[in-house]
Design a protein around this ligand. Structure first.
Ligand SMILES: Nc1ncnc2c1ncn2[C@@H]1O[C@H](COP(=O)(O)OP(=O)(O)OP(=O)(O)O)[C@@H](O)[C@H]1O
Ligand SMILES: [Mg+2]
Ligand SMILES: [Zn+2]
Length: 483
């Protein structure tokens, strides 16, 4: 017996087998059950997602010998003929090759006849967007008020090319590709039904690389079974798809972790030489880093990057993502990928920048400490002050008189090795010879410093212009003469 491809063999026979179009299926089933099916539909969506399949199921629902039903029997002659594509009341018209006004005219004549075998005639116009403008116009009136027992389904991969006048007369359903998991389950069912052995992970790879359509997924699976000589393993699937073995990717990540630039460069070189698709490889790398990074950030552990700096990893992932886009436009992708790896050499300086940034935090901290230092100094000053007060009290008690009162009025400053007493030059002569007497009260040596008072500048107010000049030239007054 001739081999039947999975996609044909496993075309859904009823709504329950259709995957990924839950909302559409539910609406149509309800419409059939409630007798609310309208006469014109647009099924829009990418290739191989079920537009023709669902059209055929509707045909069976309306023409099954068991009666109008959302669950056709799939056994009666009508159901079987629909499945075979030979049911006389189902018209599958390829608009790509019957796009003119004459084809539509022929169709319009046909709709006036009663169904041959079933209850309803179903017209499935495939690639409907290919019809000419005249053909669409000729169809308009028919779509608006078709004779009873005729249903039109316009299937298209390019909804935007269908005129609005047509759209407004139809109910539109948007078919979307099933998600990866649904595709995987779909593949699993086929393999189990066929009794073919498979590795779970192999299906992960297959479902991920079949980009969307169910038909394509089925074909890919067909191909994998043939390639793997009757079984579907990770190894055979990787070989078939030109995917770099998974442990290669893991090793590559390990090299990234160690910032082993030399071996990273070599690895890219080797893969390129061995004819692997570097873009596919890079995508695997990006995807793996992405997964590990999420683990690391959210759960604090990662099989490969455990203990790594997640900030550095984020930088690397960002860099690698950008590299992928650039490399795809690069005349020599290998070079673009090697350049990205070379950039890792400077991740250290990036870390250093981070350190500096963190350093600035500690700098702030230190600055804070310095504020504390100020506090300390204040405390110290306070204790010095209280020390000086005690000293002065003793001096007052022991010596008293002008010495004591002068000291109490004077500014006393403590330095590392001495106390400096600032004394007005007019008073200094009076206590100068008494210094020996006060010396013993101070724990350090004592220096009397004369404060010279320029009487003129002290007592006379200068006019504002001098102050301005002082400020402007950052100067000081040496001599001031009044006019
Ligand atoms: N939603 C689906 N659920 C299960 N199988 C599907 C689905 N969509 C497509 N298939 C499988 O893919 C094959 C092709 O599907 P179908 O002819 O319905 O695609 P289509 O949307 O009409 O595509 P095209 O735009 O190329 O005509 C079917 O035989 C079936 O095996
Ligand atoms: Mg189709
Ligand atoms: Zn039936």
């Amino acid at each position: 017996m001739a081999y039947v491809a999975f996609s044909r063999k496993y075309r859904p026979k009823d709504f329950s087998q259709v995957i990924g179009q839950e909302a559409i299926v539910k609406t149509l089933k309800n419409a059939i059950e409630l007798g609310r099916l309208t006469h014109a539909y647009i099924f829009a969506g990418p290739r191989g997602v079920g537009k023709t399949t669902v059209s055929r199921i509707i045909t069976k629902c309306l023409n099954c010998e068991t009666g109008i039903t959302s669950q056709p029997c799939n056994k009666c002659e009508n159901c079987l003929e629909v499945d075979k594509g030979s049911f006389p009341d189902m018209y599958e018209i390829d608009a790509a090759s019957n796009r003119g006004i004459d084809d539509i005219r022929a169709l319009k004549e046909n709709i006036n006849y009663a169904p041959i075998k079933g209850r309803y005639k179903v017209y499935i116009i495939d690639e409907a967007h290919m019809l000419t403008r005249e053909a669409f116009n000729a169809l308009l009136k028919t779509l608006e008020e078709p004779p009873p027992n005729n249903i039109f389904i316009l299937a298209t991969t390019e909804l935007h090319k269908i005129p609005d006048t047509i759209k407004s007369r139809c109910q539109t359903f948007l078919f979307k590709p099933p998600n990866q998991n649904q595709i995987k389950e779909y593949m699993k069912k086929i393999l189990e039904n066929e009794g073919i052995e498979y590795e779970e992970e192999a299906l992960d790879i297959l479902s991920k690389s079949s980009e969307g359509g169910v038909r394509d997924s089925a074909s890919l699976l067909d191909q994998a079974v043939t390639y793997g000589r009757g079984s579907v393993t990770v190894k055979s699937v990787e070989q078939m798809l030109g995917i770099v073995p998974h442990n290669y990717v893991e090793k590559f990540l390990q090299l990234i972790k160690n910032l082993d630039i030399e071996n990273l460069i070599k690895k890219i070189e080797k893969l390129d030489r061995e004819g692997f698709d570097l873009h596919v490889f890079w995508k695997q790398v990006i995807d793996s880093i992405h997964k590990e990074l999420i683990e690391l950030v959210l759960n604090g552990d990662s099989k490969i990057f455990e203990g790594s700096d997640s900030k550095a990893l984020i930088y690397i992932l960002d860099l690698f993502n950008k590299t992928y886009i650039q490399a795809r436009n690069s005349p020599i992708p290998k070079n673009a990928y090697q350049l990205a790896v070379l950039k890792l050499k400077y991740i250290d300086s990036i870390k250093k920048i981070e350190d500096i940034l963190q350093g600035s935090k500690s700098f702030e901290l230190k600055a804070d400490l310095r504020v504390d230092g100020k506090e300390d100094k204040k405390k110290r000053d306070e204790s010095v002050e209280s020390d000086i007060k005690t000293i002065l009290n003793r001096i007052r008690k022991d010596i008293g008189g002008i010495v004591s009162s002068t000291l109490e009025k004077s500014k006393i400053e403590e330095t590392e090795d001495r106390f400096i007493i600032h004394i007005d030059d007019s008073i200094l002569p009076f206590i100068k010879d008494k210094i020996a007497a006060i010396h013993k009260y101070f724990p350090k040596s004592v220096e009397l410093r004369e404060i010279k008072k320029d009487k003129k500048t002290k007592n006379k107010k200068r006019d504002g212009s001098v102050d301005k000049a002082l400020e402007l030239f950052q100067g000081k007054v040496i001599k001031y003469e009044e006019e």
